[in-house]
Design a protein around this ligand. Structure first.
Ligand code: GLN
Length: 507
């Protein structure tokens, strides 16, 4: 193993980029290169974990970790004032496995507070800019991780994906974003936002790199009872090494049809909930319409995949149109419970004085949480309040089951489903950008894979109007290898374009 994982000349490169993008909350320029954690970790990747030709390892590579994933000795701020001074006493299993494989954590990356957001602008601690254009957001919530990889500061980084937080910033920054199957990677050490939806995911410079990191991270973990081993017969995570990939049957979701079906949902809902619902529904339908540049990139990706020999079919997933409301109902419900632990007693900055414990908790949470986090906790308690679960939470769970059934039906006929990642490219801050409502409505292409627990991969389709645009493949449980194969085949004929001043330090 090399003495330092950071090459000569790297310091100046890092400083120049960080001054522009601000991806890191914390960076360790002299990272300890020691596999001290090795003996604490036992990998158990399962039967499919022994690939025919193993992907390249991660030994000697630096990587970054989103600041809601625990790494001993580093902070664990979650982008929140409340946890600004918390140092993590332990390391997440996914990180420990990468360390045991010889990779080295060099820093913690910025995020929307507790992973709640789509821009990284909801971080209470700092602002992260898009490496392609510093006036634009990096995306979120794993915006720091995506920006760091896109700028070449690390070859890969960990993020968390609850409703798209790895894939959307990857698309905005022009890199690969993998959200694994629910349970494929241990969540031990990930600060919970919405436990039933989220997974630790990977942002990487190439599909092959994402494959290497995923191969090391996955597997069952006694400290996360929701983990499952890949079943025998799951597509292998083999290294392609320039080999042409197998021709696949790819279902294509029509973004235009989905956007227009949202109009009918608005009418359905307004029959019960009145004028306000109709207006909100119309706004949601508008937010789902692809920006022309994104539509162009999507068409280009289809043509390119066909040219690579894949067969493309139109498919329909009718329940997707209910995905966003179901997602935000379940995500906020779980968030309201998960964030109850931050009371200024067990965790969180404690106020200087309080008359009694209730006041202490009030003060700690009042000062510590940002407005979006408070909004979501309130929404969560609203949808769960007694007597109303039927109307919101249980209905959302039924929609969730319907989405899963839709995917199961479609994926019994095709190998994966191609869809956009997000209706827009990286957007601007404030008025010129997307309203908070539109940002949520625009999660429709990403949040459904989380509701269904399926693996999804965002990869760069190309550059449109000077900005990267990603597309997304969703597959059956544990089909990550297949999705990565398709993306790697695409990359081979369509090499990923990097932002100006990018230097390739990592092999
Ligand atoms: N934009 C979504 C949200 O705010 C996604 C977040 C995530 O995946 N962590 O909930």
């Amino acid at each position: 193993m090399p003495q330092s994982v950071l090459p000569d000349g790297f310091d100046a490169y890092l400083d120049a980029w960080e001054a522009k993008i601000g991806a890191f909350i914390e960076f360790d320029r002299n990272p300890a290169v020691a596999a001290a954690t090795a003996e604490r970790v036992t990998s158990s990747a399962g039967p499919a974990g022994a690939p025919a030709s193993a992907p390249a390892g991660v030994a000697g590579l630096p990587f970054a970790v989103k600041d809601n994933i625990a790494v001993e000795g580093f902070g664990l701020s979650c982008g929140s004032r409340l946890l600004e001074n918390l140092r993590s006493p332990y390391t997440a299993t996914a990180v420990a496995r990468l360390q045991a494989g010889g990779a080295v954590v060099v820093g913690k990356t910025n995020l929307d507070e507790f992973g709640m957001g789509s821009s990284c602008d909801l971080s209470a601690l700092k602002r992260t800019n898009n490496p392609w254009n510093q006036e634009l957001v990096a995306g979120g919530s794993s915006g720091g991780s995506a920006a760091a990889v896109a700028a070449g500061l690390v070859p890969f980084a960990l993020g968390s994906d609850t409703g798209g937080s790895v894939r959307q910033p990857a698309s905005f920054c022009g890199v690969v974003g993998l959200k694994p199957t629910y349970g494929a990677v241990s969540r031990f050490g990930l600060v919970a936002y919405a436990s039933s939806l989220e997974t630790i995911g990977i942002v990487a410079d190439t599909a092959a790199r994402a494959r290497s990191a995923f191969a090391v991270m996955r597997g069952t973990d006694g400290r996360d009872q929701t983990t499952v081993a890949a079943p025998a017969g799951a597509p292998p995570l083999r290294a392609l090494g320039g080999e042409p990939c197998v021709k696949r049957r790819i279902g294509v979701l029509s973004p235009a049809a989905l956007a227009s079906s949202l109009g009918s949902v608005a009418e359905e809902v307004s029959a019960v909930d009145g004028e306000g619902a109709l207006k909100a529904g119309a706004e949601a339908a508008k937010a789902a319409v692809l920006e022309p540049e994104v539509a162009r990139a999507f068409e280009r990706a289809k043509a390119e995949l066909r040219a690579l020999g894949h067969e493309l079919f139109d498919v329909q997933l009718p329940s997707l149109k209910y995905g966003v409301p179901a997602y935000y109902t379940i995500a906020t419900a779980e968030a309201s419970a998960n964030l109850a632990r931050f009371d200024g007693i067990r965790y969180g900055k404690r106020p200087d004085w309080a008359e009694n414990p209730e006041e202490l908790i009030d003060k700690a949470r009042g000062a510590g949480f940002g407005a979006e986090v408070k909004l979501r906790i309130l929404l969560g308690t609203f949808v769960l309040r007694s007597g109303f679960q039927d109307r919101y939470y249980l209905r959302a769970q039924r929609i969730r089951a319907g989405i899963r059934r839709d995917f199961d039906r479609v994926l019994s006929g095709v190998d994966s489903v191609l869809m956009p990642v997000f209706p827009t490219r990286a957007f601007a801050r404030g008025e010129a950008g997307l309203s908070p409502f539109a940002q949520k409505a625009a999660d429709l292409f990403t949040c459904c894979a989380n509701l269904a627990g399926l693996p999804a991969l965002a990869f760069p389709a190309g550059i449109e109007g000077g900005l990267p645009v990603g597309v997304q493949l969703v597959g059956a449980s544990f089909s990550e290898g297949l999705l990565l194969d398709i993306a790697e085949g695409y990359e081979a004929v369509h090499p990923t374009v990097r932002p100006e001043a990018y230097k390739a330090f990592w092999r």
